[in-house]
Ligand binder design. Structure first.
Ligand SMILES: NC(=O)c1ccc[n+]([C@@H]2O[C@H](COP(=O)([O-])OP(=O)(O)OC[C@H]3O[C@@H](n4cnc5c(N)ncnc54)[C@H](O)[C@@H]3O)[C@@H](O)[C@H]2O)c1
Ligand SMILES: [Zn+2]
Length: 350
């Protein structure tokens, strides 16, 4: 699979102007959600070439990453004369880049699209790596295709309007990249103060962080091996996220992943001798910035059931990615029910 070109800068306009100059596109369609239409769209509409573009606005929130919204996008493309030579610009968080990328990749067997991620999570994760799709039948990302964006253009200026919860949610994925990569990267991130961040200074840190995912995806684009290292924290994290929706106390993805990472570092410690000092360090960071997890002891069985049905499993038990040291990744690991419950206790009771 071709890798997307990724360019990062403080301001988006020069990046996008430069990219658009390379397109002889018949028509341009911009997909945004209600929030990015308000906060981000006016910034790019200052570009002359976009004045006549067709705007497609969808409802915000993951619950709208569904077949109805997809049909709406396809309809808009179709009735306003999009062709295979048209260009789609996805302006938003992971919800918009996932569904917009899927709509573009499937319309008339595929037209080109550019991702302009506007949340921290989409900058470091969702907008790159070529996964697109929608939720279906109550299942996350059930339908989709691998389709890399023509370009991923990151303007850190968009982060200025993002709320703190979404900032920390994205930051958890950055910490994940650091943990599966290097001690230096990890130490840099833990020393940062997100709230005081001047976003222009953040560019090199983002660049290094995105490069970690890029390297892994380049090696294993379809997730048959090493790409599974990006699932670190996600076996327990996904279960916590799903449970939070079932119990009507929804938490953002990155929060569930942070709690999942603490548990999976604990498993890494008991099963692979991962240093306990780093486990404790992440636990205190997690408690300070992500708070106490929302699930209780009585939910352990449900969490375990959810892990048993995780689509990452291959028939040989619950599939984990564990670490023996920061940057030393071991994919396709398993853990017993007792070990998993012990890890959940470690997170909740410390
Ligand atoms: N394709 C992949 O590899 C991949 C990886 C991780 C996550 N995802 C998907 O990404 C989605 C989650 O992404 P997300 O966390 O970006 O969620 P999101 O796109 O729902 O954005 C979160 C909220 O922030 C708002 N928003 C976006 N940009 C803003 C800005 N600059 N200022 C103010 N508000 C803004 C949105 O309208 C939304 O309300 C999920 O659907 C998940 O499945 C995909
Ligand atoms: Zn994730």
């Amino acid at each position: 699979m071709r890798q997307s070109k990724i360019i990062i800068a403080d301001t988006i306009v020069p990046l996008l102007e430069q990219e658009l100059a390379t397109f002889q596109s018949e028509a341009i369609f911009i997909i945004s959600d209600e929030n990015t239409e308000r906060f981000c769209l006016p910034i790019i509409l200052t570009i002359e070439k976009l004045r006549k573009s067709r705007l497609i606005t969808i409802s915000a929130g993951d619950e709208h990453k569904n077949i109805d919204t997809l049909t709406y996008i396809w309809n808009e493309l179709s009735t306003h004369g999009a062709t295979r030579h048209s260009l789609v610009i996805n302006l938003g968080g992971g919800m918009v880049t996932d569904i917009g990328g899927f709509a573009a990749a499937t319309f008339k067997r595929g037209c080109r699209f550019i991702n302009i991620p506007t949340t921290l999570l989409s900058i470091v994760d969702a907008a790159t790596g070529g996964k697109t799709g929608i939720n279906f039948n109550g299942l996350k990302n059930e339908i989709g295709v691998f389709a890399p964006a023509q370009a991923v253009l990151v303007g850190t200026q968009f982060l200025a309007t993002l709320d703190n919860k979404n900032l920390y949610s994205g930051f958890a994925e950055m910490i994940k990249h650091a943990l599966i990569s290097s001690k230096k990267e990890y130490a840099t991130l833990l020393a940062l103060s997100l709230e005081k961040q001047e976003w222009s200074k953040f560019c090199p840190i983002l660049e290094a962080n995105i490069a970690i995912k890029q390297r892994i995806v380049a090696e294993d684009p379809k997730e048959t091996g090493i790409r599974k290292s990006l699932n670190f924290g996600h076996t327990i994290g996904h279960a916590i996220e799903t449970l939070s929706h079932q119990t009507k106390q929804p938490v953002l993805h990155g929060y569930a992943i942070m709690w999942g990472m603490v548990c999976e570092l604990y498993l890494s410690h008991i099963k692979m001798n991962f240093p306990s000092s780093t486990v404790t360090e992440l636990l205190s960071y997690c408690k300070e910035y992500y708070g106490q997890p929302t699930f209780l002891c009585e939910h352990y069985e449900t969490l375990y059931e959810l892990m048993l049905h995780d689509k990452k499993n291959d028939g040989s038990g619950i599939n984990f990615t564990l670490l023996s040291e920061i940057g030393q990744v071991h994919i396709n690991q398993t853990a017993t029910k007792n070990e998993i419950f012990e890890a959940l206790d470690f997170l909740r009771e410390n």
